[in-house]
Design a protein around this ligand. Structure first.
Ligand SMILES: C[S@@+](CC[C@H](N)C(=O)[O-])C[C@H]1O[C@@H](n2cnc3c(N)ncnc32)[C@H](O)[C@@H]1O
Length: 277
């Protein structure tokens, strides 16, 4: 284990915060020590001071910060997570947005899964869209799945999942959307094809500005690792990225209302969602 001093820990966490928006308090010192130890071993560095210097001053291209990011993110996810919230999407928000677009003659649907981890969320959204709106095959539909963790993006592209990831998939949808491959399940091609996977750091202002014209943004169980300031910046970007009448879905314990008045709060089936007016 590396001997990271409190001062070195704080230097590292302030750079991590600046680059990724992630907030690590002093209680996380052991967690960070174990991750830094891995990176130091990989780089053949013995002195933690040298690693702190590398991250703070010698990592102009962000290559080492990316390696560290791959180790410090929390990636817990599974398909159909927070099922009731997804029902609010499937039964109310999605039909409402589709009807409004249909009335305008606009046959595009764009959804962003921001902080998609290994892809269970975007593929869940793809299944719901195909289930609720089979005519989507005649529309231009794109579900953009983004994450900062390169290992997770690789797994999203593979679209191959173990039992733990698929345990909440309703029985009637399993065979329709997933194919068994040995002990695992692969997402069927016509569903996987709706999902486009991209690297994106939610704390990168320039990259965030390129995200536009979305009807829905899902950013669930991501902003809990941010603080109020970095969280507000991200939610403000979501507001810009959404079309009028579009919705943002946050995780269970996260609230946009507390950090920005920009959205209209709506309640469906006991779930709060945020609409751009
Ligand atoms: C707990 S997972 C949530 C997955 C999924 N949205 C869900 O609710 O099941 C959080 C994800 O957010 C990603 N993340 C954390 N900080 C990020 C950042 N600055 N930019 C993009 N993604 C980030 C992590 O890599 C991780 O995969």
């Amino acid at each position: 284990m590396t001997d990271l001093s409190l001062d070195q820990f704080q230097k590292l966490t302030s750079t991590i915060y600046r680059k990724l928006g992630l907030h690590f308090d002093d209680k996380k010192i052991y967690f960070l020590k174990t991750r830094v130890a891995k990176r130091m071993a990989a780089l053949g560095i013995d002195d933690p001071q040298q690693y702190v210097f590398l991250i703070n001053y010698a990592d102009r291209e962000g290559v080492e910060m990316q390696q560290l990011a791959n180790l410090i993110t929390t990636n817990e996810t599974y398909m159909f997570r927070e099922y009731e919230q997804l029902q609010a999407f499937a039964n109310h928000c999605l039909p409402e947005v589709l009807a409004a677009k249909h009335a305008r003659g606009d046959k595009t649907l764009r959804i962003w899964s921001a902080g998609c981890s290994s892809g269970e969320e975007p593929y869940t959204l793809a299944m719901i869209v195909q289930e609720v709106f089979p005519q989507v095959s005649t529309w231009t539909c794109e579900i953009v799945a983004t994450d900062v963790d390169e290992n997770m993006l690789r797994r999203t592209r593979a679209a191959l999942y173990g039992e733990r990831s698929v345990k909440e998939v309703p029985d009637q949808l399993r065979a329709k959307y997933l194919v068994e491959r040995g002990e695992e399940y692969v997402v069927r091609q016509r569903t996987a094809a709706l999902v486009e996977v991209r690297h994106l750091n939610l704390n990168d202002r320039l990259a965030m500005r390129t995200m536009k014209n979305f009807d829905f943004v899902f950013c669930r169980n991501v902003l809990i690792y941010f603080d109020d300031i970095s969280r507000k910046a991200v939610v403000d970007h979501f507001h810009t990225a959404l079309n009028k009448g579009g919705y943002v879905f946050l995780g269970h314990s996260e609230s946009a209302g507390r950090i920005t008045p920009a959205f209209r709060l709506k309640r469906f089936e006991n779930h709060l969602v945020y609409m751009k007016e």
